[in-house]
Design a protein around this ligand. Structure first.
Ligand code: SF4
Length: 1009
């Protein structure tokens, strides 16, 4: 009998036990009948998705009589094959936990208790507080007298835990209210990714997808411990290794990832640019680059203008007063038609290739070793292994996570890896790319839907006050080129902006009124409303009330002492959560007397993943539907319902009068939340009958793809990148087709499973996997090929013929010039990444230049924000932070899972034997860890996994601590973010969690553990 894997599991019921016994030759029939009878007999089966990491593991939820009976991995999910890590395996206990919030809770100002209140009462009061604050503080004009229509005293934070549909209505609500202090977890985990990858390739997303990792010949894992933190990713690393790939782990500590890699190289936290800069030098000197790729598909031959220079750590155009660069000093030299000049001989001293060579000439192995603490032998071992992929028939992939993003040079860490990949010809190919392992399963989707102050859905900058009309705004955001071979896809931006405005304001948006653009709140140029600034302004009394959904900033934001104080200064706070956490209960946190906390707190119980339907987008951009298996527990509701009800109650209040009600009342906002209806609108439909080419579309018909969106108001779309995912044929996120062509099977591509943005393209920039005539560089691992006048394989990244052909176009369709960027003139801190020390550094000298730290880094200043001086003798040890397999992010959910807590029960600190000896600390001792911001207690784990480094000729110690613990539960350690610094990368203000200075000693008194 032919039996699929899933069929087999169904037959055997409990699966794993059944298979093990089967191998022993025991008759499975009674076992499977018993197991099935115990667990899933008579249950309904629903497909859901794990709510933790961005692997997005699909699950099978079995329910009976309205209750969850079992949650298991879905064997049909190509990435996991039915596997789940410890967190996924605990989903049933988390969904059914007695710790769940099941009733709305209210905490009155000054009160020391929660009170149960009806939903209706809560919603009415929340709407009233929002209106009262907005009416009082609405700002029509800024200090310069420009119209801004915004409210600065309210904020919204979170959440990467919501579905795409919930994110879409949330974004619409926030903009309608005029809120500009608007941010979510993407800021603190992967905000560095988008500007780095977009500057290099044109889009800010992970280029390939998880199953593609198995195609690599070399894998460089840096700033990630994916075996523990993205476990199902690692399955594909192992698959590649089994086929002969070399796997290199460069990371401060030895972990399970290191154990399964070919080799591990420890590196001092915060020195990745030095390490990768040395690799660029090695590639150029040893001619390891893929020459045709570099010449044809990158800007290596472009000539940079005369104003560019680099001197002792600073690029030209730096203003020491503002700590900003004038980026016009970095512009390309243009010809008379406005196109960048090129020198294809690579002889011009200012062509990108030569500037690159000159810039990284200083990054010799000896200096790199002295800065990073990696031995010269290990450095060369990594360079040699990885740069061997600079050939047409080899593929190297880069995997990273928060170890790269969370630095004051976070964006440039990733930029430099992109540059390495471009030199080696590793972008667009199977087994190549940059794999940004994102956080929660939907942080990709919530970034696409822009739960971020600085973007509108679909990666458009939020309008600033300098653009008062939609025409001016669109013009400022839409690049143009005269090069006929450059697709310049962002030239279509007006269609996406207008379709978004039409989706928000419906029939009220007309061409005559600029599609209601004037109602969208405007930022001042350069205004930063990200987490660090929100809490700074809150601390300084400028922010009075707001909403936090699915987020735990009282645990997870640096300098938590200040964050907690700031939160307790609010007049009112609305929270939506599945469990209590450090933020919901901050009003009675250690060190606060509830009597003195005047904040009115509304805590709304949220449905959990298996209790709601909608889509999420995993890190590889797979857009997948999850189904509601049971009703939400108790009185909990999904967040989409909460947002819609709050907004509609506010609308009802404004219908009776209030300050500037138009942005609220002119919204085309749903009356009730329906995930399917919102998903349809995210894709978008035609607002009237139209003819495009020879095709006719009727009013109300779904737009087939974003190429058909228009800038005349004839289409709506809440997020253009999702246009194509829900055409007339139906919701493609629900697809489960695993069939493959032989070509697809060879590279583990599953185009019929779910849908990937854009337009089901699985490998971004795939036209760079072929030569200029369309012939695959690697015939063994073909992504696409030009055959008989058409593309075959993956959905091509641009439909035009290959670039050498008539009407052919360049492969990087999202950059203005059509080429990827080795030289990137658009970032805040330089066109080439440069090594700077972390904001708190144990060094007195930066061997690469006189510029010690990133000259443009964002420094938050208040009486509670303190920064240790360079090589401060009081704090000689580098602290780095990380996640755990058993807990996710701040741990606010997973700390409620008994099995997870049993495995990882308390705060600890990993340190070397040498440091422990120096400090007189034994394994298991309780230790006080101290930084200039505060102290933290942890149990000492003395281990060989962390070794002392030799840096600048001296011994340097590094310690590591998990960031998942908090005071609410278990009572075994509070947040380590009481130690970390409020310093941000200049491009995105992502905080520098990964390197600050501390000291430690054996605790005299145990207070936290
Ligand atoms: S946490 Fe990640 S790897 Fe683990 S089960 Fe969930 S999605 Fe899969």
């Amino acid at each position: 009998m032919g039996l699929s894997r899933r069929g087999f599991l169904k037959v055997t019921g409990a699966g794993v036990a059944g298979m093990a016994l089967g191998r022993l030759g025991i008759d499975l029939a009674p076992v499977s009948a018993y197991a099935a009878g115990l667990k899933i007999d008579g249950c309904k089966e629903f497909i859901s998705i794990c709510p933790f990491c961005s692997c997005g593991c699909n699950t099978l939820v079995y329910s009976k009589d309205g209750k969850i009976i079992s949650i298991e991995g879905d064997p049909d999910y190509p990435i996991s094959g039915g596997g789940l890590c410890a967190k996924g395996a605990s989903l049933k206990s988390l969904h059914t936990s007695p710790e769940r919030l099941t009733k709305p809770l209210y905490r009155a100002p000054g009160s020391d208790k929660w009170e149960e209140k009806p939903w209706d009462w809560m919603m009415e009061r929340i709407a009233a507080r929002i209106k009262e604050t907005r009416d009082r503080d609405f700002k029509e004009k800024n200090a310069a007298g420009q119209v801004v229509n915004r409210v600065e005293s309210m904020f919204h934070l979170g959440s990467s835990q919501v579905s795409n549909e919930e994110a879409a209505v949330l974004h619409q609500m926030v903009r309608a209210l005029g809120i500009v202090h608007f941010d979510h977890q993407a800021r603190i985990c992967h905000s560095s990714t988008v500007p780095a990858l977009a500057e290099s390739f044109g889009r800010g997303a992970m280029t390939n997808h998880y199953t593609d990792i198995g195609n690599a010949d070399a894998i460089l894992i840096m700033g990630s411990n994916c075996a523990e933190h993205h476990p199902m990713t690692f399955k594909w690393v192992i698959k590649a290794k089994e086929k002969g790939a070399v796997v290199v782990h460069v990371d401060p500590k030895f972990s399970r990832t290191s154990a399964r890699s070919t080799f591990h190289v420890p590196i001092r936290s915060g020195t990745d640019i030095a390490f990768l800069g040395g690799m660029v030098k090695y590639i150029l000197e040893k001619k390891k680059y893929f020459e045709e790729y570099m010449m044809e598909y990158t800007n290596a031959s472009f000539i940079v203008g005369e104003k560019f220079s680099f001197n002792d750590g600073l690029f030209s155009g730096f203003d020491p007063k503002t700590k900003k660069y004038d980026k016009s000093a970095w512009a390309f030299e243009k010809d008379e038609t406005g196109l960048p000049k090129r020198d294809t001989t690579l002889k011009h001293p200012r062509c990108v290739y030569n500037l690159l060579k000159k810039h990284y000439d200083r990054y010799d192995t000896k200096t790199v070793s002295s800065v990073t603490g990696v031995s010269e032998k290990d450095i060369l071992r990594v360079y040699d292994a990885y740069t061997a992929t600079g050939r047409p028939d080899k593929a190297g992939t880069v995997i990273y996570a928060l170890g790269w993003t969370q630095h004051s040079v976070g964006v440039q860490n990733i930029r430099l890896s992109a540059m390495v990949q471009l030199l080696l010809g590793n972008i667009g190919i199977a087994g190549g790319g940059i794999n940004a392992l994102r956080g929660e399963p939907n942080v990709q989707g919530t970034t696409d839907h822009a739960l971020l102050y600085g973007y509108l859905p679909g990666y458009h900058n939020t309008p600033t006050a300098n653009y008062q009309t939609v025409e001016d705004y669109i013009k400022s955001q839409t690049p143009a080129t005269k090069d006929p071979k450059s697709v310049n896809w962002w030239g279509n931006r007006p269609k996406y902006i207008v379709s978004l405005l039409k989706a928000w304001y419906g029939d009220n948006a007309t061409k005559e009124n600029g599609f209601c653009y004037s109602l969208v709140p405007k930022l001042d140029p350069g205004m930063d409303c990200s987490h660090l600034y929100i809490f700074d302004r809150m601390y300084k009394g400028q922010i009075k009330g707001g909403t936090i959904f699915g987020h735990n900033p009282a645990q997870s934001i640096p300098n938590t002492h200040k964050v907690r104080k700031a939160l307790n200064s609010l007049d009112w706070l609305v929270l939506g959560e599945v469990f209590h956490n450090e933020t919901t209960d901050n009003w009675h946190a250690p060190g606060f007397d509830p009597k003195n906390v005047k904040t009115e707190v509304f805590l709304l119980p949220s449905a959990y993943r298996a209790e709601k339907d909608g889509t999420i987008s995993n890190s590889g951009r797979w857009h997948m539907w999850h189904y509601k298996a049971v009703e939400p527990l108790g009185q909990s509701r999904n967040m989409g319902e909460m947002f819609v009800e709050i907004m509609n109650r506010v609308r009802a209040l404004y219908a009776k009068g209030g300050t500037f009600p138009d942005p609220i009342l002119k919204q085309d906002f749903p009356e009730t939340f329906d995930a399917d209806a919102v998903a349809k609108k995210c894709n978008g439909w035609f607002t009237k009958d139209v003819k495009i080419g020879d095709k006719e579309y009727k009013k109300g018909q779904q737009v087939p793809g974003f190429a058909q969106l228009a800038d005349d108001g004839s289409t709506v779309s809440l997020c253009w990148v999702y246009c194509g995912g829900y055409p007339e044929a139906g919701n493609l996120a629900k697809r489960r087709d695993l069939t493959q062509t032989p070509m697809q099977a060879k590279i583990a591509m599953f185009p019929g499973f779910a849908w990937a943005w854009p337009m089901n393209r699985r490998v971004l920039y795939n036209r760079a996997s072929v030569d200029p005539n369309g012939k695959p560089y690697n015939p063994e691992k073909v992504v696409i090929a030009w055959e008989d006048g058409k593309w075959v394989g993956d959905v091509p990244d641009g439909a035009a013929p290959p670039m050498a052909m008539d009407k052919g176009t360049y492969p990087f369709i999202m950059t203005t010039e059509g080429r990827s960027q080795l030289y990137g003139p658009g970032r805040e801190d330089g066109p080439f990444p440069e090594h700077y020390e972390p904001a708190e550094t144990p060094l007195v000298v930066n061997p690469f230049s006189k510029q010690m730290n990133n000259p443009c880094m964002k420094v938050i200043e208040s009486d509670m924000d303190k920064l240790a001086k360079n090589a401060d003798p009081r704090f000689p040890i580098v602290l780095t932070t990380y996640s755990l397999t058993e807990h996710w992010c701040s741990g606010s959910e997973t700390r409620n899972g008994p099995a997870l807590l049993e495995a990882e029960p308390q705060q600890y600190i990993e340190m070397s034997h040498e440091l422990a000896k120096e400090k007189g600390i034994a394994n298991g001792d309780v230790v006080d860890v101290e930084s200039l911001r505060g102290t933290c207690q942890a149990v000492a784990m003395v281990t060989v996994r962390i070794r002392p480094f030799t840096v600048a000729g001296k011994t340097l110690h590094l310690v590591g601590m998990p960031f998942a613990f908090g005071w609410t539960k278990p009572k075994c350690g509070d947040s380590i973010n009481r130690l970390t610094v409020s310093i941000g990368d200049p491009n995105t203000t992502i905080p520098e969690y990964k390197a600050c200075l501390v000291n430690l000693r054996k605790a005299e008194k145990v207070t936290e553990l």
